[in-house]
Design a binder for this molecule. Structure first.
Ligand SMILES: [Zn+2]
Length: 364
């Protein structure tokens, strides 16, 4: 061994080899750290960042701090698929959901079955949803809450009702009731709610049947999927300077040409490239607003219960006794440093509620 190695490695070459190894190690480590997939980091967080509530970035590219959970059960709601741990949102979002559940119950809807809201600190998820990242989106089932309480097992396994015929893209008339219309109208009535995503068939049903006040139809936006639930989105809330607002919806009821497009072949053509990775799968921490790193690193509350919303005044997640909860640095308009503007979170993202001529995404 010795006789083989020595002639080739003098002191100088040993040093060079060591330096080379260091350089290689450095190269190997650095890109890996920079390219940590955001969905892995955010989905691993079981509790929120215990700071003041703040949404950062855009609905499909961001995170949030100071999240609170909606209780698993309320007098007029039940959380579905609890094992996903996606019952977290900005306190204003949770308050609107609870308000809707009470008002809908007064309208005659027995109670809400609540689907995904956000992960505890938002961010991209391992499965489903391009948006739901900043605590301002919530999915609510179009199935009323059953009269008997659902067990945890039932909440995991119970199927939702498909309201739309997959061939015609029209609502199944046997299933649609005036109570469904009332529920969507009630959800659209809140000033915080900026838009509600529904299947195009549901939008058409409303366009064809709503009499009298139709102003609220402006907020009801057709989109793929959303045939067993609707998606309620609220606007950026006070205290979130880094929250990027979406474009306002057009002032008309949206029942004309943009809706007709959904009943052509174009939106339903098979995806030409079904295996192409989705944005949420590629997103790294470098693609998110830089503050999302601080959100990831912030301490959490002592327990989920400590950050569960129980109504009343503006709730803020309570931090575990130590270390002291930091306040996040203020966001600047150019929140994502060193990124080309094309991938900056503050660059306008294609509007989710506007029909765009593009192939159907493989699940959203
Ligand atoms: Zn949704």
């Amino acid at each position: 061994m010795k006789t083989v190695m020595r002639p080739f490695l003098g002191k100088k070459s040993l040093l060079a080899a060591a330096l080379g190894l260091l350089a290689l190690t450095g190269l190997a480590v650095q890109p890996a750290a920079a390219e940590e997939r955001a969905k892995d980091l955010f989905s691993a967080k079981k509790l929120p960042a215990a700071t003041a509530a703040q949404s950062i970035g855009f609905y499909s590219k961001g995170c949030f701090a100071g999240g609170v959970a909606i209780p698993m059960d309320g007098p007029t709601w039940e959380v579905m698929r609890p094992s996903r741990n996606r019952r977290w949102g900005h306190p204003a979002m949770i308050a609107v959901i609870e308000q809707l559940s009470r008002d809908a119950a007064a309208d005659g809807w027995p109670g809400l079955l609540i689907g995904d809201i956000s992960q505890p600190r938002g961010g991209p998820m391992m499965t489903g949803h391009a948006s739901h990242q900043i605590g301002l989106d919530a999915d609510i089932w179009l199935t009323p809450m059953p009269s008997r309480p659902l067990s945890t097992a039932q909440r995991e396994s119970m199927s939702a009702t498909l309201m739309v015929d997959e061939k015609t893209h029209l609502v199944k008339d046997a299933l649609w009731t005036p109570a469904h219309t009332k529920l969507l109208k009630r959800a659209a009535s809140y000033s915080q709610v900026e838009r509600i995503l529904v299947n195009p068939g549901i939008k058409k049903k409303l366009c064809d049947t709503v009499k009298g006040d139709r102003s609220w139809l402006r907020k009801i936006r057709p989109f793929w999927g959303h045939d067993y639930h609707f998606h309620m989105r609220i606007g950026c809330q006070p205290g979130s300077p880094g929250c990027k607002a979406q474009e306002a919806t057009p002032a008309d009821d949206g029942c004309g040409e943009p809706l007709a497009w959904w009943f052509t072949q174009e939106p339903w053509r098979p995806n030409k490239n079904p295996d192409a990775p989705k944005a949420r799968d590629l997103m790294t921490m470098a693609n998110l607003p830089s503050q999302c790193r601080a959100v990831l690193d912030a301490p959490g509350p002592a327990s989920a219960e400590a950050a569960t919303y129980h109504g009343g005044s503006v709730p803020v997640a309570v931090a575990a006794p130590e270390p002291e909860a930091p306040s996040l640095p203020a966001t600047t308009a150019s929140g994502t440093a060193g990124l080309p503007s094309a991938v900056n979170a503050f660059t306008a993202t294609p509007e989710i509620g506007v029909p765009l001529p593009r192939p159907r995404p493989p699940g959203n």
